[in-house]
Ligand binder design. Structure first.
Ligand code: G16
Length: 542
């Protein structure tokens, strides 16, 4: 039996870069999650009798909202839901399930790399039938619906058991609880040369993978240890925990520092990697070298043909605008297109669906391909392992050779987290106001060539997305980009992206922050960060 519950709108349900992310106490307000889920169902067309995939990253509130979603799906007329066992399903695995089983769409419960727990973050995201995050026209429609919503429908059935694999019913709707790892592991076996990776590991190549007490643990255990033969203990923090052990499940140099230090230490593993809360991000570290996400995209693109799935070459590469231009150089050499999109994986969907791009990547530790429509942390690690196994060289050698061939794009992102929203908006508005006056101005050895507010014209559907970040480009090829994060849950986060291109191989071993010092000083000079935000240093440097 289902019932219709009257409700009133909340005024803060605008999806950000990747779905709706809020603190848990916001989500646990009566009707809050239900309103948003109903707004999704009201905005996605006719799904009567169709299948919905449901999963999450296991964080605090995951199980409760999964039960709510199942009951609302039944009351709204879905024919079937497929739910990851224990409520667990990584974001890339969810994308695969939607595609493989031709579901109408999916609901993913995650706040990605943000911390979890009773006072931390939670999130709800809708993915469409191609397996990718809903494009802006759908997220805009969902937001408009949240402003008017006056009722939602929900079944009064009992909770479904999420722990046993099998099928059951909620009213007329079928519920299938499935093994969240099996289909994904099978897909990875199809893409990569598991035999080559297995023998490389058997010959003594040592890897260490930090699952950060998040969703990737069961996937990494099965694939890296069980199927590829990495010794037990190669996968660290493999049990998904509701609060990620109190840590940020954010694979970067700050939050995955223990792994980084271990790989860098004398006698440390040959290769280390970490993934985030919902398994779509990756950080990769070779013994002796941290590989920036931008460099990783470029190196993977240059070597992808060494893996079975990409041996026929790439159709094109896509990167988000703030991601360094290292991949552009690879695309140029390969004679393929390189697309520059706004931040947000949803912008890659059209390019992948239209076979314009095969590999995509972002500076925010995301890399992926046309195998699903989400970025994919373990996929990136396996592509690296496949390349390392075939080339038989260390990651450090591969990186150095890549820089020697293409030049090095020194790159860093400075984040100013939790600043006042008004101050952050004021800073961006002031920058916008002076864009026209910047070309031709100089600062130390830098001369501004161009300055604009990035707008993206989607080459597939013709849509235009404006105000996607301020770019200041210098005559020597360097860049500074300013934008406000769309994934934070308190105040605003200013991101400053810094990039300097160095073609000279004798200057490829410099310290990154020193190399970027003039650009860092310019960012302060042009944006008046300290004066406007009261911050004299970034919160996080990656
Ligand atoms: C999400 C998006 C990414 C984006 C990242 C950072 O990742 O899917 O495309 O690059 O947020 O966005 P922002 O700079 O607006 O905070 P995830 O891993 O958080 O889902």
């Amino acid at each position: 039996m289902s019932v219709t519950i009257p409700t009133t709108p909340f005024n803060d349900q605008k999806p950000g870069t990747s779905g709706l992310r809020k603190k848990v106490p916001v989500f646990t307000q009566p009707h809050y999650a239900e309103n948003f889920i109903q707004a999704i169902f009201d905005s996605i067309g006719d799904f009567k009798g169709k299948t919905l995939v449901i999963g999450g990253d296991g964080r605090y509130l995951n199980r409760e909202v999964i039960q709510t979603t199942i009951k609302m799906a039944a009351a709204n007329g879905f024919g079937k839901v497929m739910v990851g066992q224990g409520g667990i399903l990584s974001t890339p695995a969810a994308s695969n399930m939607i595609r493989k089983y031709q579901a109408f769409g999916g609901i993913i419960l995650s706040a990605s790399h943000n911390p979890g727990g009773p006072n931390e973050d939670f999130g709800i995201k809708y993915n469409t039938a191609n397996g990718g995050p809903a494009p802006e026209k759908i997220t805009d429609a969902i937001y408009e619906r949240t402003k008017l919503i006056d009722r939602y429908r929900i079944s009064e059935a009992d909770d479904v058991s999420l722990d046993a694999i099998g099928t059951s019913k909620v009213d007329d709707m079928e519920v299938e609880v499935f093994d969240p790892v099996a289909d994904y592991a099978e897909l990875m076996e199809q893409l990569f040369d598991f035999d080559a990776i297995r023998s490389h590991i058997a010959s003594g190549f040592r890897i260490s993978f930090d699952a950060m007490s998040a969703v990737t643990g069961p996937y990494a255990k099965e694939i890296l240890e069980n199927r590829l033969g990495a010794p037990e203990g190669s996968v660290l923090n493999f049990e998904p925990l509701e609060d990620f052990g109190g840590h940020h499940p954010d694979p970067n140099l700050v939050h995955a520092k223990a792994l980084y230090d271990a790989v860098m230490s004398d006698g440390g593993p040959d290769f280390g990697a970490a993934s985030d809360g919902d398994g779509d991000r990756n950080m990769v570290v070779g013994h002796g070298v941290f590989i920036t996400p931008s460099d990783s995209l470029a190196i993977l693109a240059a070597n992808a043909h060494l893996a079975p799935a990409y041996k026929g070459g790439l159709a094109g590469i896509a990167r988000s605008m703030p991601t360094s231009q290292a991949a552009d150089r690879v695309a140029e050499k390969l004679g393929i297109d390189c697309y520059e999109t706004p931040t947000g994986w949803k912008f890659f969907g059209n390019l992948l669906d239209a076979s314009k791009a095969t590999l995509c990547g972002e500076e925010s530790f995301g890399t992926g391909s046309n195998h699903v429509r989400e970025k994919d942390g373990l996929w990136a690690v396996l592509l690296w392992l496949n390349i390392l196994a075939v080339r038989g060289e260390s990651a450090l050698e591969i990186v150095r050779k890549h820089w020697a061939e293409y030049g090095r794009n020194y790159y860093s992102r400075h984040d100013y987290e939790g600043i006042e929203t008004e101050a952050a908006n004021g800073l961006m508005d002031a920058l916008r106001g002076k864009l026209e006056t910047l070309p031709g101005t100089t600062f130390r050895d830098l001369t501004v060539a161009e300055a604009d507010d990035f707008a993206y014209h989607d080459p597939v559907d013709g849509s235009i997305s404006r105000k996607q970040g301020i770019r200041i480009l210098f005559e020597n090829g360097s860049r500074v980009v300013f934008r406000l994060s769309g994934t934070g849950t308190s105040g605003a986060t200013l991101r400053v992206y810094l990039e300097h291109y160095e073609p000279d191989p004798t200057r490829h071993e410099e310290e990154t922050q020193e190399t970027l010092a003039d650009l860092i000083a310019y960012a302060e000079h042009v944006a008046e960060i300290a004066k406007r935000t009261g911050r004299t240093a970034p919160t996080v440097i990656t």
